[in-house]
Design a protein. Structure first.
Length: 192
């Protein structure tokens, strides 16, 4: 499905929430955005993501006014899927997917969860790493090797609404080959 999609240099989000082209080596990949309505396959990714996150699928699409009537908004809590390509030597240094919410916005909306879906395998490098993860056995960063069909779900915020610093992660440089993935960012259902 990605064949023919136009990819552009990936951006990073500043503290003000605006995207910026990266003029450093922080994020060197290319990406494109894939709307849910593009195909039934993309639509099913959103449905399966809702199952995985154990949330109402209606939160990941625009809803009829009678659906989830307890919520103030009828828009989606999910961003468009982001298709990302890493060529050799490309990376995304350790970062968080959340940004601090605008204090002036009602509810202070923020990203709630990240779902990474790997689309290929066989590259050298390209692992997703979590440098701040904690366990009782090792001080090494957690490494996830890309494999077709593998997914990672992690939460960007804690149950109390605070940002989770331990969600910091990186796309390690691809040393040989290329890496393709899709990610889905979901916003807190209570505050979008």
């Amino acid at each position: 499905m990605a064949t023919g999609m136009k990819l552009a240099l990936s951006t990073t989000s500043g503290s003000d929430g605006h995207d910026r082209r990266s003029d450093t080596k922080t994020r060197t990949s290319k990406n494109s955005w894939v709307q849910r309505k593009r195909s039934p396959i993309i639509d099913s990714i959103y449905s399966r993501a809702a199952d995985l996150m154990q949330i109402d699928e209606g939160l990941l699409r625009t809803r009829h006014k009678s659906e989830l009537s307890e919520l103030d908004h009828k828009g989606t809590n999910a961003e468009d899927l982001q298709l990302v390509h890493y060529a050799e030597s490309e990376q995304y240094t350790p970062h968080h997917d959340f940004s601090y919410p605008n204090l002036k916005r009602k509810g202070q909306p923020a990203r709630f969860a990240t779902l990474l879906l790997y689309l290929n395998e066989g590259m050298v490098g390209g692992e997703t790493t979590f440098p701040r993860w904690l366990n009782s056995e090792s001080r090494e960063k957690l490494k996830v090797v890309p494999e077709v069909g593998k997914a990672i779900l992690f939460y960007d915020s804690l149950p109390d609404g605070n940002m989770d610093d331990l969600s910091q992660h990186a796309a390690e440089p691809v040393r040989k080959g290329e890496k393709w993935l899709i990610n889905l960012w979901t916003w807190d259902p209570s505050f979008r």
